[in-house]
Design a protein around this ligand. Structure first.
Ligand SMILES: *[C@@H]1O[C@H](CO)[C@@H](O)[C@H](O)[C@H]1NC(C)=O
Ligand SMILES: *[C@@H]1O[C@H](CO)[C@@H](O)[C@H](O)[C@H]1NC(C)=O
Ligand SMILES: *[C@@H]1O[C@H](CO)[C@@H](O)[C@H](O)[C@H]1NC(C)=O
Ligand SMILES: *[C@@H]1O[C@H](CO)[C@@H](O)[C@H](O)[C@H]1NC(C)=O
Length: 420
């Protein structure tokens, strides 16, 4: 009885409180909205200047690697590769790997038959498929990629990824993987997005380069395009795109804004190539400022004889040909970038100068799987990653967290409402 009566009186006394709190919350929301509107008006007048990402410095990643005395390497004429995971759900990956090593100078067999585990020299894991299926999501999908139960000491467990491994949710036991195969230059087997590479002085001497005399600028009928399918990206590309659209025409294809012209929105499809070829410029902004991350967006634009517009930290530019792009961060503001784009669009000589690098580059015949096969034959010192997660995080991009996903989502929604 005592308890009930005090509760009752508290409710009576507190009757006016909820109204007051409601008022305070409304006032808070109004103030925030007002500030957002003022901020937006300011952007309209002053222009949006994207914040430069933090610059990387050369660092040693040695601390993440355990090195062993004996590598147990055996000198065999053929190495056996076991593909352990699918590649974005597709087991066709085995065929891709097999056909990629078919013409390789080093010899490798390729299979996904797990009964060959004991005789495998190299085991390939695709990072995304490995973690996607762990824990709750794995249970829900009724697929769970287990790690192999046994390993032989000469065996190399290699994790491959073309994406930044920020989606790495699961815990990885220390010393699970021996090699990484990523776009990061310090990977055990460097896996860049392209087979273009700079010629050595010796190769340059014997180069049979024939200059492309076509006036590619004359072939272009449209100004600039972009294709974005990840709407909630860390780099907030959408803000740069909107700012640029104030000064020049940018056609935006892809899932989140603008038109969907191609299924899956992948610029590499025939459909994508068809539509994108007509543009002088392609906005090849990456979804995050990860170390060394310059993806196929950039290289595909070059293949289409376009000038890629990128937003990249200086460090990453070391991996791509000089004077082949315009970098947002090289300009004081987006208007200056737009002016430069207009200048190039009206000057065929200037446009052509962006392709001068081709004289000094060649396409390597050795693809990533062939490279892996060659490295298996190379008698390398044994090693393993003692803290994979720390290595992944020791980068300029962040690991996605529940908070970053939620705040990214709301920021984008406010942007779409015109408030940011
Ligand atoms: C980082 O190291 C690479 C390879 O050793 C070198 O080519 C590059 O110039 C260095 N970059 C910086 C910013 O020191
Ligand atoms: C492996 O064996 C072949 C043939 O016996 C030999 O020519 C080659 O030098 C050996 N490679 C290494 C790294 O020991
Ligand atoms: C076109 O660009 C070239 C190379 O930058 C320059 O020398 C030339 O003066 C430009 N032509 C015009 C008409 O601006
Ligand atoms: C791979 O890592 C394991 C540690 O888990 C180690 O015992 C083995 O020697 C390593 N193998 C190679 C070839 O690096």
């Amino acid at each position: 009885m005592m308890v009930r009566s005090t509760m009752f009186s508290r409710m009576l006394n507190g009757r006016r409180r909820p109204q007051k709190i409601c008022l305070q919350i409304s006032m808070f929301i109004c103030t925030v909205l007002l500030l957002l509107v003022i901020h937006r008006l300011y952007l309209e007048i002053a222009g949006y200047v994207p914040a430069k990402p933090e610059e990387q410095i050369n660092r040693s990643f040695e601390k993440y690697i355990t090195r062993y005395e004996n590598n147990h390497w055996r000198n065999t004429s053929v190495k056996n590769v076991l593909v352990w995971t699918p590649f974005f759900d597709s087991w066709d990956w085995v065929n891709t790997v097999r056909s990629s090593v078919a013409s390789c100078p080093a010899k490798c067999t390729v299979t996904s038959d797990r009964s060959t585990l004991k005789t495998a020299d190299g085991i390939l894991f695709h990072a995304n498929d490995l973690w996607k299926y762990r824990g709750l999501i794995g249970t829900l999908n009724n697929v769970n990629i287990e790690m192999p139960k046994t390993r032989t000491p000469n065996q190399v467990w290699a994790v491959l990824s073309w994406e930044p491994m920020t989606f790495m949710w699961g815990k990885i036991k220390p010393n699970t993987f021996n090699w990484t195969m990523l776009y990061r230059r310090e990977s055990s087997v460097y896996n860049p997005f392209t087979q273009w590479r700079k010629m050595t002085p010796e190769e340059l001497k014997h180069s049979t380069y024939v200059e492309d005399k076509t006036d590619h600028l004359a072939e272009k009928t449209k100004f600039a395009s972009t294709m974005v399918s990840n709407c909630f990206d860390q780099a907030k590309r959408y803000k740069i795109i909107r700012e640029l659209q104030r000064y020049v025409k940018v056609d935006n294809f892809g899932k989140c804004s603008g038109n969907i012209i191609c299924p899956a929105g992948v610029p590499t499809t025939e459909c994508g190539k068809q539509h994108l070829r007509d543009y002088i410029f392609y906005l090849a902004f990456e979804n995050s400022f990860c170390r060394d991350y310059v993806s196929e967006k950039y290289w595909n634009a070059l293949d289409r004889n376009q000038i890629p517009i990128i937003a990249a930290p200086k460090f990453n530019l070391e991996t791509i040909p000089p004077n082949s792009y315009l970098n947002v961060f090289d300009f004081p503001d987006i208007k200056a970038l737009a002016d430069k784009m207009k200048e190039i669009a009206n000057n065929a000589t200037l446009f052509k100068s962006f392709f001068a690098w081709r004289r000094y580059y060649r396409k390597d015949e050795i693809n990533i799987y062939c490279r892996f096969c060659m490295e298996l034959h190379a008698n390398r010192p044994a090693q393993s990653y003692n803290d994979m997660e720390a290595w992944v995080q020791d980068d300029m991009c962040y690991k996605s967290t529940a908070w970053s996903l939620v705040s990214g989502f709301f920021e984008r929604k406010l942007f779409d409402l015109g408030l940011l």
